[in-house]
Write a protein that binds this ligand. Sequence first.
Ligand SMILES: NC(=O)c1ccc[n+]([C@@H]2O[C@H](COP(=O)([O-])OP(=O)(O)OC[C@H]3O[C@@H](n4cnc5c(N)ncnc54)[C@H](O)[C@@H]3O)[C@@H](O)[C@H]2O)c1
Length: 258
Amino acid sequence: MLKNKFAIITGAAGGIGVVAAKRFAKEGAFVIGLDVNAAACEKAGAEIEAAGGKCLYLQCDISSEVSVDEAFAKIREVTDRIDVVYNNASVFLGGKDGPLGDVSSEVWHKVLGINLTGTYLVTHRALPMMKANGGSVILTASSAGVSGIPACAAYTATKGAMVSLTRSMAVDYGKYNIRTNCIAPAAILTDMVKESNLNDPNFNEQKFLEMVTPLRRWGTPEDIAAIACFLASDEGSYVNGTILRADGGITVNGDVNR
Ligand SMILES: NC(=O)c1ccc[n+]([C@@H]2O[C@H](COP(=O)([O-])OP(=O)(O)OC[C@H]3O[C@@H](n4cnc5c(N)ncnc54)[C@H](O)[C@@H]3O)[C@@H](O)[C@H]2O)c1
């Protein structure tokens, strides 16, 4: 499905990203994994290679222009063509983010720096390597990008931005056969869910699954990796500008009492 495609994945050493990286490699992609966590990069890269996959894992802080440029210098030693950019990395600073009036400027800039500017930097550097052959750009929003989620204004602002940026990129880059789409997940069981929900003493998991989540289960990183794989592949060749909710129906659940 992704044979011979060079695919950059950000946040590729943890959570959804590492599962997607393994799936992409299994489907034949050469995975270029960028993640701020050096030890996790080493582990993920070794696991993919041990399973017969091809990859290049680079420790990279996507919010830093210097770090991203260093990573791209190394990427260009391997390929001058990029087929897929899966912008997956983000932070949710639970306990620090909040209603807008309570968010410190330090937290605001940190969240925007990683979630929004990081997406800009990686995609900006990759686009010149995509224009000649076309490809697929995937952005990652959240339920916070399509409905109002309380007490995480900085995170929510960045996720709304992913939705808008998907649409503007879809119309700007379609002429290069570069498709841009967005996955809007919710309730995927990763460290981020611990930070956003499970660690909150007011969070009631049973109620959440029974009343808020129509499918009555947590989502898995594999659920999201499968969607990313489809959007990255030629199977999705006429899909451009889509915001794909992958949340088990949470954001369309009109009556949470049933
Ligand atoms: N888990 C969910 O329920 C959920 C819900 C909505 C949206 N999302 C979105 O899905 C994406 C993946 O989420 P996840 O649950 O796997 O998160 P996660 O926290 O489990 O993993 C995030 C990964 O990004 C990396 N990362 C963090 N800061 C980075 C930086 N500055 N530079 C490079 N890498 C960095 C981390 O090291 C980690 O490997 C995010 O964009 C998130 O907003 C997840």
